[in-house]
Write a protein that binds this ligand. Structure first.
Ligand SMILES: C[S@@+](CC[C@H](N)C(=O)[O-])C[C@H]1O[C@@H](n2cnc3c(N)ncnc32)[C@H](O)[C@@H]1O
Length: 288
């Protein structure tokens, strides 16, 4: 086994450990309804970049418990269909339960690794992923699979986190922890939340994979959380799996001081109903 293969296997195992843990799945399941609203503006950009229309057949990758699948299902309407997929079977099960509870008839939930898709060639006319692509260990393999399952007139759109320094949502939640820990920049090919934050990096991957008409933009948009700052912090702590070791690695005193700073920072975005720190997102799309 070559050392790069061994590295990819280590990364993949890490991704699987992070996203299949029951407490992670439970958190993404529990918070889904509020997160759909919180990420509404980012999802609107994703749908626009993918060119989603009524009647489309959409494959959503790394769907978690069902965001953005539910929004996309509304956009494609009864004549369209969304296939919501995730690496983690627990996430897929959670998505299925939300589909049943909401009585939605145009979403199918299926376990699938983006790097090895269980679909015939040319099965979909749109492929999307919100905050999933950063974790596709071998991103070129995933993009080649995406091209394979897209129809000739198909389009892919991917949303990833933008740079920390342009991202009040991330800065206010994680900044106080980043400031208290010694963090080495991760290797560029390692799956992590900010892997494609540097402008142009996601577009370069799409072009390398053979996509045409590649467009990449960074947008800073509101992230309206329907609740107070304390609840938003609790949500972040539970769902931001890659950052959790940093938070839990601090001493109790330092952790408490950092959480105090988080809450003080978030309060400026609270209007009595919503806490809405803006988030920066990289959105890249390409034609098959
Ligand atoms: C940050 S969550 C985003 C979930 C959802 N799209 C959302 O925005 O609420 C990342 C998701 O990507 C999934 N994932 C990671 N690697 C994957 C892969 N190779 N194929 C499919 N899904 C993957 C994880 O299991 C996790 O559910």
């Amino acid at each position: 086994m070559s050392s790069s293969t061994a590295t990819l296997e280590t990364y993949q195992q890490h991704v699987e450990d992070e996203w299949t843990a029951p407490e992670t799945v439970n958190a993404w399941d529990r918070w889904l309804p509020k997160q759909i609203g919180q990420f509404g503006p980012a999802t609107a950009l994703l749908a626009e970049a993918a060119g989603i229309q009524a009647g489309d057949t959409v494959l959503d990758l790394g769907s978690g418990a069902g965001d953005p699948a539910f929004t996309l299902a509304t956009l494609v309407g009864p004549s369209g269909r969304v296939t919501a997929t995730d690496l983690a079977e627990g996430m897929v099960q959670a998505c299925r339960e939300h589909v049943q509870a909401r009585g939605v008839s145009n979403i199918d939930c299926l376990q699938a690794d983006a790097q090895s898709l269980p679909f015939p060639d040319a099965s979909f006319n749109r492929v999307t992923s919100k905050l999933g692509a950063m974790y596709f260990t071998d991103v070129q393999k995933a993009l080649s699979e995406i091209r394979r399952v897209l129809q000739p007139d198909g389009r892919v759109a991917l949303v990833c986190w933008g740079a920390v320094e342009r991202n009040p949502y991330v800065l206010h939640h994680a900044g106080p922890f980043f400031a208290r820990a010694e963090i080495q920049p991760p290797p560029p090919d390692m799956p992590h939340p900010f892997r494609f934050a540097q402008p142009g990096t996601l577009a370069a991957e799409l072009e390398r994979a053979g996509f045409l008409d590649v467009v990449e933009e960074t947008h800073v948009v509101p992230m309206p959380w329907a609740g107070p700052p304390e609840e938003l912090w609790q949500n972040f702590y539970e769902v931001a799996v890659p950052v959790r070791p940093l938070i839990d690695g601090l001493s109790p005193d330092e952790r408490e001081a950092a959480i105090g700073e988080v809450l003080a920072g978030l309060r400026q975005y609270y209007d009595g109903s919503y806490t809405s720190p803006p988030g920066a997102f990289v959105i890249a799309s390409g034609a098959r």
